[in-house]
Every structure is written in C-alpha cells, then in structure tokens.
Design a binder for this molecule. Structure first.
Ligand SMILES: [Zn+2]
Length: 306
C-alpha cells in the first residue's frame, strides 16, 4: 500500500501513504498544488516529479495542513515554491526550529527514544521506525506564507480553499475544492488502512493525541453540511462523505455516553463495563480500553476546566 496513487478525480491524485501522512496533488490551470509531504523525501520527490510529468505543469504551491512533522517533514522537496500554512502555530513553530527542532536536538531526541526502547525492551511500531529514520536528518524551515483565516488559490471554476479550522491542533486547516466536491480534512480524520466494518473509528487520531476533542467532532459534523462527496483524511484511505457521517455519528454518541457517565460520577471501570458501548468498535478491539481511557481522561479534564 506504500505509495499507492489514488486518482480520485481527473485533477486530484492522492498518494495514500502507510504509517505517514497522505500526500495530495491538485491540478490548477497555472500549476500544481500539493497538500502535505509525509516524512520520506524520496517518496515526496518522486510524487512531485511524476505529477509534473503527467500533467505537464510546474509546481506552484505546497499547503501544509498543520505543523506536525509527519505532514511537513519532506518540505525541502518544495523549497523552490510558495509554502502555505496557518498563522496560528507559526510563532511556536519558529521557536521550535531554534530549539527542540534543531538538527542536533532532533538527533539527540531520537537517540534518547532508542535508548528507552532498548532498555525497556519495548516493541517498536513501523510508524515509529519511519519517524526515527527521517526526523533527525530532514531539512525543515518556516513556510513562506501564513494564513490567518482563509486563502483561495486558482480561478473561480477551479478554486482551492485553504481554511484554518483548529481541532486536532490549533494550526489545523482543511483544504476544500468545491468544483470537485472534495475536501481534505487534515488530522481531524484518520481512517483505517486495515479495513472498515461499517462503523470505523479513526484510531490514529487517538494514538497520536490524547483523544478526539469536541472541536474535531464539530468540524466533522460541519462536513455533512457541505456539498462534498469525497473526503481525504490526514492518514489512511480516502473515504466517502457517507463514511465520514457514520464515523462522526459514532464519535458523537461515544462522546455523549462518556460525558454523561463522568457527570454521573461513574468510574472508568464502570464505563468500560457499560453495555451501551458494546459493539461500538470492532476494527481494533485490542485498542478499545486505551481509547476509552484516553477519551474519559480528556473529557474529565474538559469538565473540570469549566
Ligand atoms: Zn498526522
């Protein structure tokens, strides 16, 4: 599945990427617009080259959906074009580039991670190995253009809307292409590469974050209102709007059950035994306890803060 080109429209190709973010190419009259880079420089470079040949156009822009390494890690492939990202988070990213994201500090971080894994005999997931390989060596830098709320690229009949939404991170943005009825929702959605049994939970959202925040559910519910048919997630296969609606209904129901049980002072153990949660999530049953625990803790914190 690594490097599969999914041609979802005549002018939109998604490189569905395993253990990494998806890469997307949208063709405009004036040039190619790429969305996110993944971490592998070789793969991003090949994708760019293939698309330039295929559509006989040069690249004009790279859109970064948020400042997480798995989305901008291979940005050096696009150093000759306009690189667009959110204004929110830009300040933090500039500071990070001078501090924990310097090459020396990234090398040191990976060294420490490896040491920890070796001394505790922890099994390393493939996504982590990929991160360790690319995180310390890639060239990373600031985007050339920041967007406060919304940026539109392309002519009226082909326009691409980059809109900062927050949710997964404060700098998260979606990329909406109305003429194609397609939206890229960044890491506010991650779909499962290993299958879908009707109701699917984007597990990677849960595993790279403490849980799914309320804002993410609001954003996904907003998609149901938009005239789109196809949704590109930050990770995992492209899905239909119907699938996103099912995922969102599932997340909302889960959120409501957990929220009310916390308000009723039910314990985590009691919640895990709650029969209303049965059959909620079949794809990866081994993750269920962790998912509920994280969501329970996240919502508890939210309620305490109020
Ligand atoms: Zn991601």
């Amino acid at each position: 599945m690594i490097g599969r080109y999914n041609e979802i429209r005549d002018r939109i190709v998604v490189l569905e990427n395993e253990y990494d973010s998806n890469l997307t190419c949208v063709v405009l009259e004036e040039g190619l617009v790429f969305i996110d880079t993944g971490r592998r420089i070789d793969l991003a470079a090949k994708f760019r080259e293939d698309m330039e040949k295929r559509f006989n156009r040069k690249t004009s822009h790279l859109l970064i959906t948020h400042y997480h390494f798995d989305h901008y890690g291979a940005m050096s492939v696009f150093k000759d074009v306009e690189i667009v990202a959110a204004e929110a988070g830009y300040g933090d990213f500039s500071v990070a580039l001078q501090t924990y994201l310097t090459k020396e500090n990234r090398e040191e971080t990976v060294r420490a991670w490896k040491e920890e894994v070796e001394s505790n005999n922890i099994e390393v997931a493939p996504g982590r190995l990929l991160h360790w390989e690319h995180y310390p060596k890639n060239d990373i830098f600031l985007p050339t253009k920041v967007v406060n709320h919304k940026q539109i690229l392309g002519g009226e009949n082909e326009k691409i809307i980059f809109q900062v939404t927050g949710g997964h991170s404060k700098c998260s943005a979606f990329v909406y292409i109305p003429s194609e009825e397609v939206i890229h929702v960044s890491d506010n959605l991650a779909t499962d590469p290993n299958g879908n049994d009707g109701v699917f939970l984007g597990y990677s959202i849960f595993f790279y974050r403490p849980g799914v925040c309320k804002k993410t559910i609001d954003i996904l519910e907003g998609i149901a209102e938009l005239p789109v048919t196809t949704v590109i997630p930050g990770h995992g296969p492209v899905v239909s709007k119907d699938q996103v609606i099912r995922i969102t209904q599932f997340l909302r129901k889960l959120d409501t059950i957990i929220r009310t049980s916390i308000e009723k002072k039910q314990t985590l153990g009691g919640l895990l035994a709650d029969s209303r949660l049965n059959n909620f999530y079949k794809t990866r049953p081994e993750y269920w306890t962790t998912i509920i625990e994280r969501q329970y803790n996240l919502i508890s914190e939210e309620i305490i803060k109020k």
